[in-house]
Design a protein around this ligand. Structure first.
Ligand code: ADP
Ligand code: MG
Length: 684
């Protein structure tokens, strides 16, 4: 019977014996704050101290364990000279050297003429073997604690192996026995292990290092489940009852008829899904996914028209001023034969105009407001906001999303739009709280972008090519990874490239990068949109959704430094109009095999989802753009490639649990992975 309370592991590390203010500070640097963090701080390797070596078989520079007899201790009376313990075995002699040690302590652990076991790094100094400040010294009775393989943990200043071991031991020996939230059959069937055994086993390196061991799989499974439970709970909180919206799709049908193109089947299907959600009595919390250029904006505007038909107001938000303006122009254009009143609001809107818009919004005179995140300021009040659309949502994390859903009030439906292709396995982890609509095809008029690669040393071959493009009044993006030349990174700098290209094509080039202020940035972008300049040199700021129908060539330097998904998004900036789009991927010599493979994938495929899957396989999920930008790197242990089956398994399980979640049963699990607080906070 274990009397240790479950709470033990959720307490502050200071509760442990021997952990005071100073040590807890050091531990905090390792991100260890609560006792449970020690459980999750797994060994990454081990030190072999298991063999007792004779003194004539020592290897210099290696950590070894020896059994020796203490002969003599020297305590020099001159300051700064180390204390020295002279030991021997039947084959030789060794000096054990101590700096800053107390005499009494040494006398105690090195009794003259007794045998001791010592473990540490072997040095050689003035013709003698020596160990300086050994890791362990023990008498023969307690040698079992030292003579073995000892797990290695990441240590920081102020904590050595011995100290950390004593902390780990305190924790693993006092673990509470918890009731497993998985049943035995499930555990067996899926090659997992029960929780109580798992956490002990994981502190043996052979288990923690093997990411397919039963114990590691169990840890991963729990981590995934904790994440999924939060998302599923979040979803339940959002999907509450709302006022139904009643509309006949008259407006949207008329607009569709007047469009200069035919909607794709996918656009029709996703619009239908969205309409059904909006008409239902539960709130919509949906993401509209579609590759760059698949035509998401028009779908959102059509659904907006329907909500307006139902006498609710709508808001459409984009991450940048320029993108928002573009949406505004499109909306005004397609709504021109309707009575829908559209306004634009951003941080730059003049005070007088702004006041008028706020007043009109509050009085319900405006049907649709389009803008940047200025739309979410507290001062902005709607008469009856019924629908919020947020474009290019991958900039938001789960928590922000939930806040967004809250802002519109309880009758507000929410649609997010994203061009970030998410591989199947990651879908649930990223969007488990949302419904998903996917636009699977692109308008058929769109031609595949011709993608070429070129080594940087052949850059001169590009100039005549560019001259031709300019003669034909085409426009070109030139993308570089960094703003300024860095001494440490061999990336091309946008600034220097700008100077070079400007020399070749005076008056035809603009520069845009993240360090530019907004006004400057918009100025340059407008010049490009108005075709005053032909070439836009930039860092990756052009990535997000702007529509430049006249741009048909993009040149990307150091292409191998970008993720595939990101390259695909960048490439999607061109070929949006009638002209054939082209993309040149530039690279430096000496590409790795992997890098060559990646460039090949991009050359051969135009399908963002396929590319994302391949990217995932080659680089791991940390590099997916959605992940980096949303700060949703929720997994410390789980890897969507190694543990693909566990992601699926967790998805099924959470789906089965559905609405019947027993909060009490899972509270331990959620607390373990720091999720409990999120749920309490997220009271939408
Ligand atoms: P994204 O999904 O990347 O946001 P947009 O909504 O910006 O794509 O659309 C890209 C371009 O394609 C726009 O100029 C838009 O007018 C056009 N477009 C949208 N749907 C179609 C279609 N079915 N056929 C032809 N062009 C379309
Ligand atoms: Mg878009």
């Amino acid at each position: 019977m274990n009397l240790i309370k479950k709470d033990f592991i959720f307490q502050d590390i200071k509760k442990l014996k021997g952990v005071g203010t100073q040590l807890s500070k050091y531990l905090r640097q390792k991100k260890v704050e609560k006792i449970k963090d020690i459980i999750f701080d797994l060994p990454y390797s081990e030190t072999d101290r298991s063999k007792l070596s004779k003194l004539n078989e020592l290897e210099i520079g290696k950590i070894q364990t020896i059994k020796v007899k203490v002969k003599k201790i020297n305590f020099p009376r001159i300051r700064n000279l180390p204390n020295k313990v002279i030991c021997e075995d039947e084959t030789g002699k060794i000096d054990i050297v101590y700096f800053n040690s107390r005499e009494g302590y040494l006398k105690k652990i090195f009794p003259i003429n007794e045998w001791v076991v010592i473990s540490g790094k072997i040095n050689f100094f003035r013709n003698n073997y020596q160990i300086t400040n050994p890791d362990y010294v023990t008498n023969l009775e307690k040698q079992n604690y030292v003579v073995k393989n000892i797990p290695k943990y990441k240590l920081t200043k102020g904590i050595n192996e011995k100290k950390y071991r004593s902390i780990i031991d305190q924790v693993t020996q006092n673990l509470p026995i918890v009731e497993d939230w998985l049943n035995d059959d499930f555990i067996k069937e899926n090659n997992l292990l029960n929780w109580n055994e798992t956490i002990k086993k994981l502190h043996f390196t052979e288990e923690s290092k093997n990411h397919k061991s039963k114990s590691f799989r169990r840890l991963v499974f729990d981590e995934i489940c904790a994440n999924f439970i939060v998302l599923s709970e979040n979803r339940k909180r959002i999907k509450k009852f709302k006022k139904e919206k009643i509309f006949k799709e008259l407006i949207s049908n008329n607009i569709i008829k007047a469009l200069p193109f035919k909607l794709t089947n996918s656009q029709y299907e996703t619009l239908k899904e969205i309409n059904l959600d909006i008409k239902s009595d539960k709130r919509m919390f949906r993401i509209l996914q579609g590759d760059v250029g698949s035509g998401k904006t028009i779908v959102s505007l059509l659904s907006i028209a329907n909500v307006i038909e139902s006498n609710f107001q709508c808001a459409l938000m984009a991450p940048t001023e320029i993108l928002a303006l573009q949406h505004f122009q499109l909306a005004k254009n397609i709504f021109k034969d309707t009575k829908i009143i559209v306004e634009f609001l951003s941080g730059k809107t003049e005070t007088k105009e702004r006041k008028r818009i706020l007043k009109d919004l509050e009085e319900g005179k405006i049907n649709l407001i389009i803008g940047t995140h200025a739309l979410f300021q507290k001062k902005i009040r709607f008469k009856n906001l019924g629908y919020t659309v947020i474009d290019e949502q991958h900039k938001f994390g789960v928590k922000q999303r939930s806040n967004l859903a809250q802002k519109g009030g309880k009758d507000c439906d929410v649609l997010l739009m994203s061009a970030t292709p998410i591989p199947r396995t990651m879908m649930m982890s990223l969007y488990g709280d949302m419904d998903v609509s996917k636009i699977k095809e692109k308008p058929s008029i769109r031609k595949k972008i011709i993608t070429l690669s070129k080594p940087e040393k052949k850059i001169n071959e590009l100039w005549p090519f560019l001259q031709n493009q300019i003669n034909e009044k085409n426009q070109i993006f030139w993308v570089c990874p960094l703003i300024k030349e860095s001494k440490f990174l061999d990336y091309s700098s946008a600034k220097e490239k700008f100077d070079l290209i400007l020399k070749k094509f005076p008056g035809k080039v603009g520069l845009i990068h993240g360090a530019l202020d907004k006004i400057e940035k918009d100025k340059v972008l407008k010049k490009f949109l108005n075709k005053d300049i032909n070439i836009l040199v930039s860092t990756t700021v052009i990535e997000v959704g702007i529509d430049f129908p006249n741009a048909n060539l993009i040149i990307i330097e150091n292409a191998n430094k970008f993720g595939l998904a990101q390259l695909h998004q960048l490439r999607g900036r061109v070929g949006r109009g009638k002209k054939q789009g082209m993309c040149v991927l530039m690279f430096k010599d000496g590409l790795s095999k992997n890098a060559i493979k990646r460039l090949k994938i991009l050359k051969n495929s135009d399908d963002g989802f396929f590319i994302a899957e391949e990217d995932l396989k080659l680089r791991g999920f940390g590099d997916l753009i959605g992940f980096q930008q949303s700060g949703d790197k929720n997994f410390k242990f789980a890897d969507p490639i190694v543990h693909e089956d566990l992601f699926k398994l967790a998805e099924n399980l959470i789906f089965k649990i559905g609405d019947n979640i027993n909060q009490k049963k899972y509270s331990f699990l959620l607390k373990l992975f720091d999720k409990a607080e999120i749920l309490n906070l997220k009271d939408v």
